[in-house]
Design a protein around this ligand. Structure first.
Ligand code: NAD
Ligand code: IMJ
Length: 264
């Protein structure tokens, strides 16, 4: 039980295959009290149905493209929980047409949207939730427990992966944001980290050409000779959300069966 008595909000549950859902289940198993958000009304019923199976009582809409929804989420979390111990950002979006063909053909609007939803949203969220996450009384040096912000990234932010295109550039910006946010928020006792997950067949992988080939290659090429599961990603995430990682911030932790370590 690494999160007993800890309160957290998780953004990015779409369905039972979502990485965010595996993190929600693991956080619940570790004793956390949760709030879940949904991107829009289309996802509301599904998210509430899933959350109810865990006994989650708090659900809030949050389209991260909208400042007013981020502000209203912060206000509702303050009213519900008072303070917050962790935030999970498992949100990404690019227009489908940008995720095929050459990166060189990325449109200005396609680039803007991918950065806005998949990268800038982490900074906006950190700014809005900082007053709930801040640890006072001498800060992190004062012996008080830290709070933790976690985002999800992918190898395509560091290396070229076919078709990942504009999402790769957004993940590169997201990972740089993790370091800048860690520097800004560290004095407040707020840690900021990312988990870089291996490929997993979620809604965000649906219809992506070459995805099956990628999944098939992992058991041949990854050091652990397998694909990772959302449960494996969630377990590493619980570590970063917990006080076990109280000395870790600004970090990108790969949970990809070791694939990122390989050259040839
Ligand atoms: P998913 O489709 O289940 O989750 C993506 C979530 O983003 C959905 O819940 C969707 O509602 C949400 N979202 C999209 N636009 C939004 C908006 N404007 N406002 C709020 N929410 C919005 O897929 P997933 O694979 O669980 O993805 C979660 C995270 O994991 C993403 O950041 C993704 O890039 C990352 N990731 C996925 C993989 C993979 O192979 N599946 C690998 C590494 C990293
Ligand atoms: C997504 C596209 C192309 C290649 C891809 C992926 N590879 C992996 C993913 C190799 C692993 C999944 N991933 C890591 C993502 O971050 C996906 C983000 C995403 C997916 C979609 C599909 C549907 C859509 N927009 C999307 N926006 C972001 O319309």
């Amino acid at each position: 039980m690494l999160l007993s008595g800890r309160k957290g909000v998780i953004l990015g549950v779409a369905n039972k295959r979502s990485i965010a859902w595996a993190i929600a289940k693991a956080a619940h198993d570790h004793g956390a009290e949760l709030a879940l958000t949904y991107a829009n009304d289309r996802f509301k019923e599904g998210v509430v149905d899933l959350g109810t199976s865990l006994g989650v009582k708090h659900y809030f809409p949050c389209d991260v493209a909208r400042d007013e929804e981020i502000e209203s989420l912060a206000a509702q979390l303050k009213a519900t929980f008072g303070t917050l111990d962790f935030v999970v950002h498992a949100v990404a979006f690019a227009k489908k047409e940008e995720l095929a063909g050459g990166f060189v053909d990325t449109s200005r609007e396609g680039y803007r949207i991918a950065q806005d939803i998949s990268s800038y949203s982490l900074t906006a969220l950190c700014r809005a939730l900082r007053p709930l996450l801040v640890r006072g009384e001498g800060g992190p040096g004062g012996g008080e427990r830290t709070s933790s912000v976690l985002t999800l990234t992918y190898l395509g932010g560091q290396r070229v992966v076919p078709n990942y295109n504009v999402m790769g550039v957004a993940k590169a910006a997201l990972e740089a944001s993790v370091r800048y946010l860690a520097a800004d928020l560290g004095p407040d006792g707020i840690r900021v980290n990312a988990v870089s997950a291996g490929p997993i067949k979620t809604l965000s992988a649906a219809g992506v050409s070459s995805f099956s080939t990628l999944l098939d290659q992992m058991p041949e090429r990854a050091p652990l000779r397998k694909n990772v599961t959302t449960e494996e990603v969630a377990d590493a995430s619980i570590f970063l959300l917990s006080e076990m990682a109280r000395g870790v911030t600004g970090e990108v932790l790969f949970v990809d069966a070791g694939f990122h370590a390989m050259g040839i």
